[in-house]
Design a protein around this ligand. Sequence first.
Ligand code: MRU
Length: 342
Amino acid sequence: MIETIQWTDDGVVMIDQTRLPNEEVYVTCRNYHEVADAIRDMIIRGAPAIGVAAAMGVAIGVAQASSENLDSQVEAISKELAGTRPTAVNLFWAIDRMNRVYGSVRHLPFDEIRTRLVDEAKLVRVEDIEINMSLGRHGAALVPDGKTVLTHCNAGALATAGYGTALGVIRAAIESGKKIDVFADETRPFLQGARLTVWELQHDGIETTLITDNMAGHFLRSGRIGCVVVGADRIAANGDVANKIGTYSVAVLAKENNVPFYVAAPISTLDLTLATGDLIPIEERAASEVTQVFGVQVAPKNTAVRNPAFDVTPNRYVTAIITERGVARGPYEESLRALAAQ
Ligand code: MRU
């Protein structure tokens, strides 16, 4: 099994996702500043994995705090972690969860507070794997047997504590006996598809074909693709889905070709405080990710660049949203609220 993130006596250990697939290197974050840097620098990425990292960041921050003015230290730790990346709501969900636990134990002896927060962060990790397995089981039934599944970015074990959301659905479909293979969009500019999805599916012996992003329409039209399954960074109350840039184009092309477009995400990715996807903050990343391909300049110097890391797919393109509590279909205002309330 791929170990994305772990709590150890030395610190928070993460597989360095900026170095994959060429090198399998593990980074140890020894304090909460290093955890925040790891999230910002994409050493760890993917909404649920960012959530686990943030929970462990709060835990290591409190474990190393002094016993005086603990409230203000927890606030400072939370603020620094919350400032790392704006789109994946799991980051804020995890920080809130840790703050709620802190609120319920802050009257206890300091050692006890530390233990409780470390235990909670470990629990967030373990629960994430269980959630993905159950989400996978719900989704497996939707995957057509004998066809190809198209996915975008990496919503796999590497984007979570393990097993994955979209790739969890694929894993569960294969475990249930279905004969499927995967087409992975390379996912410019950061190449999560080429570098991470292909690496982790090969690791599990799942037949995978890499395509560039602009080939998706061609293959969706060919009849070969049985369904699209992607993850999500934040899902608004109406079912609009923020996910890796390029997801929207794939969704439109899927609908045009009558191919089901599924989003696999845990309940912690729902943001029912936002009525529509237009309100989701979209991270803009460095221009160099577009002008360069891993350090090699591919555009003239001083080229004007836009680099939104995510886009929003309107709910009308989403065939269903697969969660650990079941599958939601439109109208999503009702179905998502019902699942969230369970
Ligand atoms: O910028 P990233 O690599 O953090 O973006 C990741 C994605 O967009 C994933 O599809 C999403 O977080 C779901 S991960 C299960």
